[in-house]
Design a protein around this ligand. Sequence first.
Ligand code: SAT
Ligand code: MN
Length: 620
Amino acid sequence: MHRFFIFILSLCAVVNYLHTNEVILSLVEYGIESDTIDWILLQAEQLTPDSIQICDGSEEEYQTLIKQMVQQQTLIPLNQTLRPGCYLARSHPKDVARVEEKTFICSDKKQDAGPTNNWADPIEMKQIMGEDFQGCMKGRTLYIVPFCMGPLKSKYARFGIQLTDSPYVVVSLKTMTRMGRKALEQMEGKSIVRCLHSMGCPLEPGAIDSAWPCNPEKLAIAHFPKTREVWSFGSNYGGNALLNKKCFALRIASTLGLDEGWLAEHMLILSVTNPEGKKRYFTAAFPSACGKTNLAMLESPLPGWKVEVVGDDIAWLHWSEDGSSLRAINPEAGFFGVVPGTSEKTNAIRTIATNTIFTNVALLPNGDVWWEGKTDTPPPMAIDWQNNPWDPSKTTPAAHPNSRFCVAAHECPNIDQTWQDTNGVEISAIIFGGRRASTIPLIREAFSWEHGVFLGASISSETTAAATGTVGKLRHDPFAMIPFCGYNMADYFSHWITFGLQGANPPKMYAVNWFRKNSNGEYLWPGFQYNIHVLKWIFERCEGSVKAKPTAIGLIPKKLDLDFASILGIKGSYEELFAVKKHEWEKEYSALSTYFSSFGNEFPDELWLQYQELVQANGQ
Ligand code: SAT
Ligand code: MN
C-alpha cells in the first residue's frame, strides 16, 4: 500500500491532472502488477502529457474520440446514408506506409537480430529515443490502452498495453484488438508487452494542431525482444503506430514463439467448405499488399463451395496439447486492409460498407469514397487523398496505393463462426505465395514438411506500396516474414523445421503464384474469386480424393482437375501456368544459393539438402 501511495503522489506531481489517482487506482483494482504501473508512471513523467486517460473500450469513448477528431479535421465524416459509421482520414504525405529502414530489432547481440534485420544496441537506442520521447506529449492526452491479442480467455491469447498520444491509434486499436475493460479483466498475473508510441509533436499552448500530427524526420520503431517492449516515435500510420499488429503480434510474438515452441506468422486463416458441407481450414502467407485480405474474403463462384474468413493478416500457430492437430488463432479483431483493387468483382467490398475508417482514399462530391479499381470508369470531380481536385487524365492516383480500411472482423459477412474459438481452428494446409511475373507456377505441393519449409524459405516477391521504397523490385521474402521476424531468420528456419516434427499430423504445404505474366505483360491467371479453383484442389488433396502430378519442383494438379473452362478472363493455358523453364530456374537456384549463403553457418543443413535435391532433380 505504501508503494501504491508513492505512485499516486509522484504521478500527481508530474502530471497536473486530478484524474491520475483514479487511473492508478483502477489499474491496481484490475490487478495490474506494480512493475507495469511503475512503467506507466515513469513514462508519464518523461512524456509530460497534459492529461491521462485510461481507455475502457466503450462505444461512448469511441464516439467521443471520433467527434474530437472530426472537430480536429483528422476525420471527415462520409455520407452517413451511403456509408453509415464511415470516416475518411488523410495522412501527412510523408507518413503513408511502414518504414522498414527505420525499424530496429534491439537484441543484446547483433547476431540475434540476424542479417535481415536492422540491429541497434538496446541501451544506445533507448538513450537516443529516450531524448525524443522527453516532453513529446506536451499539450496532449496520454491514452493508456490495454489490449488482448487473441480471443479473450484463450490460452493462446497475449496481452499488451499501448501508451499513445494519438486518438486515431486509440480508435483503430478498438477495432483491431479486444481493447479496454474486457482486456484489463483478463490481465491479472499475465505478462504484458509494453508498447510506447508518440506522434512526436508536442503542442505549445495556443498552437494550432495539424490534422495528422507526425514527425517523419525523427521516425524510429524499436523492438526490445528481451524485455518484450516496443518503442515507436514519429508516425501515425498503420504498422508503424498500431503497435499491436506487426510490432507485437509478429516481431515480439515471433521471439515468444521461439522461446515457447510456437509460431507467429504473417498469414491469413480461412475455411473452405465443400458441397457436402465438410469444412477445412488453411493458412496462407503472402507479403503485404499481395491480396491476403481478398483471398480470405473470397466469395466463391463455384457452386456449393464456400470460403469464410478467420483472419486476414496474422496467425499464431500452436500444436494442440496432445500434438494431434495444428491449431491457429487470429490474434486480431479487425482488418487493416489495402483498399485499391477492391471492387464488386473482388471480395472485401461488402465488409467495408459500414463502420469503416478509410485512410488516404479519394473523396467524391456525394460524400462517398473512391479508389483505383473500385469502378472501371473513374468518377468526375474526385478529391484525391491529398485533398486536391483529381485529374483522371494525369498519372497520379486518386487514392494512395497503400490506402487502407480499418474495420471490425464482425462487419465481414463471411466471417467464419469459429473465428473466436479459444482453442483455435485445426489447420489442414499451409500455403506460401509471392508476387512473381515469371518462373513460379500457379500451384505446387511440397513433397514433405522439410520441402514445405524450403518452399517458404524460397519466397521472393516484387515489392509493393505497403512499405516505403521502390515498388516492383524482386526481393527475397522468406515466409513473407522479412519485415516481421523479430530474431535471426536462420534460427527461424530451424525453428520451423523442428516445429513440424513436434506434431503427429503436420499439414500439407503449398506454394502459389497468382501473378505470373505472359510475354505481353498480361496476368495469366485472373486471381481473386477464381482462386477458389486452387483452394478446391488443395481441399481435395487433403481429402485424398485427387492425385497429383510429380515434377522436379513439387506436385502439381493434373490438367483435368482444374476446371479451366469455367474460369472467365483467363489468359494463360494450363501449360503456361505450370511451365518449368530451365533458364528461369537456373537463375532462381543461383539467386537462392547466394541468398541462403548470406545466413552463413546458421543456415540449417536440412534446407541445403532440399536445395541440392531440387537442383539435381532439375538436372543442373
Ligand atoms: O504494416 S501495416 O499494417 O501498415 C500493413 C502491412 O504491411 O501489411
Ligand atoms: Mn500484413
